[in-house]
Structure formats: C-alpha cells, structure tokens
Ligand binder design. Structure first.
Ligand SMILES: C[S@@+](CC[C@H](N)C(=O)[O-])C[C@H]1O[C@@H](n2cnc3c(N)ncnc32)[C@H](O)[C@@H]1O
Length: 232
C-alpha cells in the first residue's frame, strides 16, 4: 500500500476501530499484563514514544499504569489521532501527551526517549528494507539502552499452521459466520497489504533496525510481541 492509501484506510477505520478490536480485549489485557513488569524499571517520569498510536489503546493503558510518564504519540491518520486525543481528554491524561499527525520521520527532533511502543504497525510496511528503516528511525530516537516493545501479526504463511490459525483468527474477530469467500479475500489482502512474516524474520528485521537480541515475550493467535533494546 502506498502511504496515502494507508492513511485513507486508517482514516476510514478510525470510527469503528475500537468496536472491531473489542473482541481481542482479553488478548490485549494479557499482553499489557506481561508488558508492565518489563517497563517498570523505567524512571518515574519516563518519556515514551507511542508509534502508530491509533485510537490510543496502549497509550491509555500505560498512562493509567504509570501516572507520571510523558508521551509523544505520532500517527499518520488524522482520524486516528483525533480519536486518540478525544480519549486522552475524556480519561484525563491528555496533558501528559503530545499528539503528532504524521509519519515518524516528520516528528520534530526531541530529547531521546526512554522507551517506545509500536503495536501492530510495522506489519503494514511490506518492503523489508523500508521496515528495517522504520525500526532504525525508532532506534535513533531512543537513548542508548532504550527499550522498544513491539507487536505484529506473524506466522509462516506457507506453513500448515497458517492454514489452521488464519481461519480461527478471522472467526475470532468476526461478529458473523466467516464464509469461505470472505476468508479467501482476507487471505489475499493479508498477502498483498500486510507483511505477515515468520516470527524469526520479524525479530531479524528488529535487529537489522538496530535493536539488540529481541526477546519474544508474548504470543496469542497471530499476534507476537517482542521487547528489544538499543545498544547501551
Ligand atoms: C492496527 S493500528 C494499531 C493502533 C494501536 N497501536 C493499537 O495497538 O491499537 C495501526 C496504526 O498504525 C498507523 N500506521 C500505519 N503505518 C504507519 C507507519 N508507517 N508509521 C506510523 N504509524 C503507522 C495507522 O495509522 C494506525 O493508526
């Protein structure tokens, strides 16, 4: 997908994004439960970059759990940023956030961040070298030894496991029966617009982007998550 197509897609998805992903709340809660202790060593007033913040799911969780952290939250979709800002205002943590409408490379320079999150974003960068550069751009904004928590859909799509996991994933996300035709459409869309790679390939991309030995700390269905650090 070209950047403008991606932005249009997420602008269009923004109003329905939270209801659509409501069915994965238990997965998110579990991911966050495992994430919190990995982040709890950060200083009390840590500065955290939430890349591809969307409607603010992980931002809202972190802002509530760590009440003195400051956040910078970029997203190229204006509708997503608007939804995120509205949530932050409604839930009372907007004063600790700076929202940025744009891709990461348009974010004004700032002091190095203590940590970054990047949940379900890099999978939309299909070109491997661009995906490496995307992580390198995050690494460049972290202090030495800075921490990145990231997640992506990951699976070996040529494996028999994918033939089992994808239909189960789609049924879990769907509110109605998933027809074989719908499943085929989703399979094609994933193959075209979403870089669902084997988990070890995603880890290799993180390393190529400048992160030391990514540690897989979570997996549920097609979602895999890693915690990585920039060199100390
Ligand atoms: C699936 S949503 C995930 C949102 C949020 N992180 C979450 O877990 O709910 C992906 C978000 O990443 C944004 N995005 C897509 N490509 C991006 C890129 N190259 N850089 C930054 N954000 C991007 C989209 O606009 C969208 O808001």
């Amino acid at each position: 997908m070209q950047p403008d197509e991606l932005v249009a897609l997420f602008d269009q998805q923004a109003p329905g994004y939270d209801p659509q992903w409501a069915r994965t709340a238990a997965i998110r809660d579990c991911l966050y439960q495992l994430l919190d202790p990995l982040l709890s060593d950060l200083r009390e007033d840590a500065r955290v970059l939430c890349v591809g913040v969307g409607t603010g799911q992980e931002l809202a969780h972190l802002a509530t759990t760590f009440p003195h952290w400051q956040f910078v939250a970029p997203d190229p979709s204006g509708a997503m940023i608007d939804a995120c800002r509205a949530r932050a205002e409604a839930e009372g943590f907007a004063a600790r956030c700076r929202f940025h409408h744009g891709f990461l490379d348009s974010l004004p320079p700032a002091a190095p961040f203590d940590a970054a999150t990047c949940f379900l974003v890099s999978q939309f960068i299909v070109d491997r070298s661009r995906r490496v550069r995307f992580f390198a751009d995050i690494a460049a904004r972290l202090r030495p030894g800075g921490l990145l928590a990231s997640s992506d859909l990951a699976c070996d799509t040529a494996s028999p496991a994918y033939a089992v996991l994808l239909p189960a994933w789609m049924r879990m996300m769907a509110t109605a029966e998933v027809s074989p035709e719908a499943l085929q459409r989703i399979r094609e869309a994933y193959a075209r617009d979403v870089a669902v790679l084997p988990p070890q390939d995603v880890a290799a991309i993180l390393e190529a982007g400048g992160f030391d030995a990514p540690v897989p700390f979570f997996q549920a269905g097609l979602i895999h998550a890693w915690v990585s650090r920039t060199p100390a």
